[in-house]
Design a protein around this ligand. Sequence first.
Ligand code: ZN
Length: 326
Amino acid sequence: MSNSSLVNHVRRSPNYSGRNGKRIDRITIHHMAGNLSVESCGNVFAPSSRQASSNYGIDSAGRIGLYVDEGNRSWCSSSRANDERAVTIEVADNKIGNGWGSSVEAMSKLVLLCVDICRRNGIHRLIYTGNTNGNLTLHKWFASTDCPGAYLESQMPKIAEEVNKLLSSGEKAYVWGVGEKKEEVTCVNATVQGNSGEDCMRLELKDAGDGYFYVRDKVHGLYLDVSGAASKDGTNVQFYKGNKTDAQKWKLIWKNFKNAKYLMLSPKCAPGKYLSVENNGVGGKNNLKLWSDLNNSKQKFFVREETDGYTLLIHAFTFKCVSAKE
Ligand SMILES: [Zn+2]
């Protein structure tokens, strides 16, 4: 059994067993939970006291380390049955925690290494099913761990797709994410969400010049917009591409209560209706809706200016933020 010719660094780990006669028919992608070079990763697997290893590692520069020959079982996925049949790959994180992330260089090399492993081991297609029925498996299915982390896990279908494209085209060069067309988003539902600090909650209040304001979200650049028959209670409010209609113009009505200042928002297309939150922002869906004046805090918002110039509109009843997010 051969190893990949893509390897840049070899540091054999003492932590391995034989494959017990099993054929390689799967790949397991892990993350390092750190931004280690292939040398540092090799150092981690070097002491026998560590009792852990992988076949390969890929660092953020896109270099590949070999730690356990493909002919042997690495001690990587907390499952003897999986590792007897898998080639295991540790991928560096260039973003630590909070969803994690891996560099374009690492992702590109990961795809190329998977293609190479498939070719040499007679794996015709890499199939990710989200469970152990496929031949692209995850550590978290065998042990209480979040490995490979949210980012890599979310990319598994794409990794399999890209590997399969290269397997059938025979193409040797590959760069992750090149040539992808981002689909233009023109409409996103408007909700209130717990304050996570995400950009979907950052809003720009733009003076429309006629006594009204546009409310534009930072992520998509879409405008707070009243859909359909605006005059009815319960009409949905969304973020929609800018069209300068009265459905996107909001009167900012300031209310004082003791020392606090609140905002009510009323659309130009439906005077007497106010921005309101489905289920009062408490249980279930918290879509933004229009409603007649309820004269209570459920239609009022605090305004918080953020240091980057954007504004949070914070629902006075629940403290959730107006968001361009389902
Ligand atoms: Zn793992």
